[in-house]
Design a binder for this molecule. Sequence first.
Ligand code: AHR
Length: 325
Amino acid sequence: MNIITKLAFAASLATALTSVALAQDSNLSGKVVGFSQIGSESGWRAAETSVTKQQAEERGVDLKFADAQQKQENQIKAIRGFIAQGVDAIMVAPVVATGWDDVLTEAKEAEIPVILLDRGVDAPEDLYLTSVASDQVKEGRVAGDWLVQAVGDAECKVVELQGTVGSTPAINRKQGFEEAIAGHDNITIARSQTGDFTRAKGKEVMEGFIKAENGGADICAVYAHNDDMAVGAIQAIKDAGLKPGTDIKVVSIDGVPDIFQAMVAGEANATVELTPNMAGPAFDALSAYLADGTEPAKFIITESKLYTPNDNPQAEYDTRKGLGY
Ligand code: AHR
């Protein structure tokens, strides 16, 4: 191919790609989508909210945002409001797994597609179009596998900070971690309590664990279902005169900037990344569905990558810090 032919080819490819992009946008542009968000309990949640708003704007979607302040009743009210307004689609990050059948049935009867973001529900699959989330059992397993490798044959008493009671990440991340340590009798979960995915509760519960475990001397590791609780636990460990990351290992899930900063300081040992961009794949699925009824996969699974201090935490912090966390 000579240079002129190459340029012509590049130009026609660019035109083709642009028209595909425009065609994709035109399925969503001007559409009204209701988004029932859980609240702002964690840095990760704040980032998901920003990314969702940004993804909507880029596609010309009119996003109606409702913050449920951690309450399922507020989410149900918001969804009923979206149905009454006759929105084109609904996105919901369900705070807990159960109690959704009625409102999802109402959305289905109104022929409004519902997309679940980042958490699952215990409801018939035909009540929602798709669910965009991580494999949360795998996240727990990745965290547990890391600990198994890190401690080898040494005795290790773990304390666990669980997420919100009844939420799928709390249930599944617990299960995955337990699966990973099963058969490694030197590793035991000595204490396990909810910290509700918040920094403040993570700190408070960790303080209780430290008191109950010989001032923290008997604790080998803390496994937190999210980074915010881990950051709270790190503070509690420091307040008790111990070194997080050394005296007590810290492993958690999310990959927020603050945990990478803690890694840089030697105070956190491992995190499993959860992308805050659930809305991108969700809007892609919705676009195809609205265009010609293409049914997306029922479960769109995002990646679960492990990060440790060997993965250049400073660079990871730098790439994430401006993303709305
Ligand atoms: O559902 C995802 C979890 O919810 C995130 O790990 C946590 O930070 C958030 O609050």
